[in-house]
Design a protein around this ligand. Sequence first.
Ligand code: COS
Length: 385
Amino acid sequence: MSDMSFLSWPFFDDRHRKLGGEVEAWARTNLVGLDHHDVDAACRDLVARLGRDGLLAHTAPDDQGGTIDVRSLALIRETLARHAGLADFVFAMQGLGAGPISLFGNGEQRKEWLPKTRAGKAIAAFALSEPASGSDVANLATTATRDGNGYLIDGEKTWISNGGIADLYVVFARTGEAPGARGLSAFIVRGDNPGLKIAERIEVIAPHPLARLSFENCRVGGDALIGKAGEGFKIAMATLDVFRTTVGAAALGFARRALEETVKRAAKRELFGAPLAELQMVQGHIADMALEIDAAALLVYRAAWTKDKGAERVTREAAMAKLYATEAAQRVIDAAVQLHGGDGVRSGHPVEALYREIRALRIYEGASDVQKVVIARSVLAGTRP
Ligand code: COS
């Protein structure tokens, strides 16, 4: 059983403590022996179950309004990630994919999509990255040109999670109100739009649905526009501000699992006539792992709490949480692999799976290098004339 004492920290309310216990119980019943053989089918099944049992209700406010509670999202991601990376992926993508609609959609858009994404009856995707612009969002090349009452979208998106199985894609495209960041807009594109093609399915080291998409004369109505034309960059960034903190939370879940597995092994496995746990070299690793986990948890829940308490921007807090928690989890998991010896790299062992799962988190939703730029800019902003 993982150490849940952090739930008594002042960042949380009683409803979070209750939620933490409920999600743990759900994961223990639902995430044992997941079949990853057909990853699309596994994801569809997980979306349906997470929706049926009310967990996806946390990924978006209901269509009547309300806000997303980032601490709840973070707690759920942390717990799911500790049990099964694919369940965390499914949960996270429902939130990020529907995020621009939850945060900026109008009444009609919210009414049409959020009840379905919350119930697990529609799968959502966030289509921002392109072959030539992943980190440099302001430079994206996909266009949306006015056509009567609607728009025609043309271009390519890549590294799109849920690509191939999503019912709805939020697509960012250049509408040209101004150069750069001020000339982008966000659109809702249905998965069955004939102008949208799955150009390639992409295989990665921790398998999940991922694709390159192509848009050719992809027609959407004027009602597909989220917010106002020209607001796409800010919509993307503000959505990422909410969800980057939760990437840190998922990393935290992976790191906690790595420590749990290591502690179990250190107590059981004998070396030089005593359990591993009695070797000071091993104790040094375990101390470093525990320290990095607590430091990451403090940054993740600080960012989530700050947003929930009404801060207008949490760009810096979210960047710090994502950067530190993902980098620390990589170090923690690497140490876990080392302390497991050959078992650490044996296919199917929990720490081997964690080693594959963690790597992408340092890249997606803003690579570690981008988070450093974001943090440094916010620190330097106060020093500029
Ligand atoms: N929330 C609201 N507004 C924001 C914002 C945020 N988090 N970040 C920037 N903005 C606003 C700025 O205030 C600025 O507004 P004004 O033009 O009114 O002054 C505008 O957006 C442009 O901002 P900026 O000049 O910082 O844009 P840059 O092109 O320099 O941004 C980075 C650079 C690297 C920070 C940005 O492109 C980024 O975060 N890239 C990573 C994207 C990513 O996560 N990709 C992965 C895809 S999703 S898996």
